[in-house]
Design a binder for this molecule. Structure first.
Ligand code: PHE
Length: 359
């Protein structure tokens, strides 16, 4: 049972929740601000039909916490925040544009104390629509032809991480000849399938949208897997690239893979699931480290880093960051999740120390 809005807010460890209700469409707006230690909170804007508005708020809170960790993991001066548009039904066309404009006006009331960009359920086009009324959204950079979609860049970071993890587990061939099951063939999962196939991996792909799964599988000569069968399907590497909480006490005992590394946010239903995966001998690569490419790209471009070679180098560097975390976990005999949390804590503590005391 989902808790009510009041309980969710009262129990949250984050800093603030801003709420709005869009009467014309019946959409709830939630902006969750988790932590501003490192800088102004920034995080994507998700649009989804949730069973209840409470589920939308809960998602926003969990995602905002993930953003705090993600920015800290790449040591960027942004805080953790996320927005959710909890729509009552799929909304398209002019109605969608009007909704996005009203959301942009909602963002304007925050006057830059939270900025956003694309996330699951929204597109680069949607961000352009918000931009028509609000400057507080990332859409790109003039030096890069105006518009930049972070998703394929997230995929590049995920690819580098999968390679790093595969080298650790399987040796120097990495993903070559290995089977990767990609769960979700959307903005990140799609490009990831291509990168992996080009590197010689066999691709299995599943998506709630059967057409999207088939199309992706055809492009990379892969095989479609029924979404209901993902946890039971044998593979070397499972890459969750859709919604969160797919790794939990029910699914983990059934998994038949050696590595989990993917783009989805909040893959674990609870932190204890990292222990459950370790106990099964499955190497779990912390999601917010693996999927940091989108955030890294947004952060770098905001700092006017637009050289494509440099951007690519930095994105591939995410694989090296993950590798350092995996090495540390191995040395300390702990899970990669624990090792990465400790790293995040060190970064946050460092900044707290450097901050001048309030007068
Ligand atoms: N939504 C993506 C993420 O969570 C990319 C993104 C990051 C978009 C930061 C805007 C800001 O990583």
């Amino acid at each position: 049972m989902t808790k009510d809005l009041r309980t969710l807010i009262a129990e949250w460890e984050g800093q603030a929740v801003l709420t709005g209700f869009d009467q014309p469409t019946g959409t709830w707006f939630f902006v969750a601000i988790h932590d501003a230690t490192l800088g102004t909170p920034c995080g994507g804007c998700r649009m989804r039909v949730y069973p209840t508005p409470e589920d939308g708020l809960r998602d926003a809170m969990r995602l905002a916490r993930g953003m705090t960790h993600k920015w800290a993991a790449i040591d960027f001066d942004h805080g953790g925040g996320k927005s959710v548009l909890a729509i009552p039904r799929p909304i398209a066309g002019e109605e969608r544009s009007a909704l996005l404009h009203r959301f942009g006006q909602f963002l304007n009331t925050l006057n830059g104390s939270y900025t956003t960009g694309v996330d699951l359920g929204t597109t680069a086009d949607d961000m352009e629509t918000i931009k028509e009324v609000s400057p507080w959204v990332f859409t790109g950079h003039p030096a890069l032809g105006g518009r930049v979609d972070p998703s394929p860049h997230t995929a590049l970071g995920v690819f580098a991480c999968i390679q790093a993890a595969a080298r650790r587990v399987f040796g120097s061939d990495g993903v070559t000849g290995r089977t990767v099951l990609i769960q979700g063939a959307g903005g990140v999962g799609g490009p990831l399938a291509h990168l992996l196939a080009d590197a010689g991996a066999n691709i299995l792909v599943s998506d709630m949208d059967p057409d999207r799964a088939r199309e992706c599988a055809e492009q990379v000569r892969g095989t479609v897997v029924d979404p209901a069968a993902v946890s039971d399907t044998p593979c070397d590497i499972l890459a969750p690239c859709a919604v969160g909480a797919t790794l939990n006490r029910d699914s983990i005992p059934r998994l038949r893979c050696r590595i989990v590394a993917g783009a989805a946010n909040n893959q674990l239903e609870e932190d204890a699931d990292a222990e459950r995966l370790a106990a099964r001998g499955i190497l779990y690569c912390p999601d917010y480290v693996v999927n940091g490419g989108g955030a890294l790209l947004v952060g770098l471009i905001q700092r006017d880093v637009t050289d494509e070679v440099e951007l690519r180098r930095r994105l591939l560097g995410i694989g090296e960051s993950l590798d350092r975390i995996l090495a540390e976990a191995e040395e300390r005999g702990t899970t990669p999740l624990r090792a990465s949390y400790d790293r995040v804590e060190r970064v946050l503590a460092n900044h707290r120390d450097r901050r001048p005391a309030p007068r």
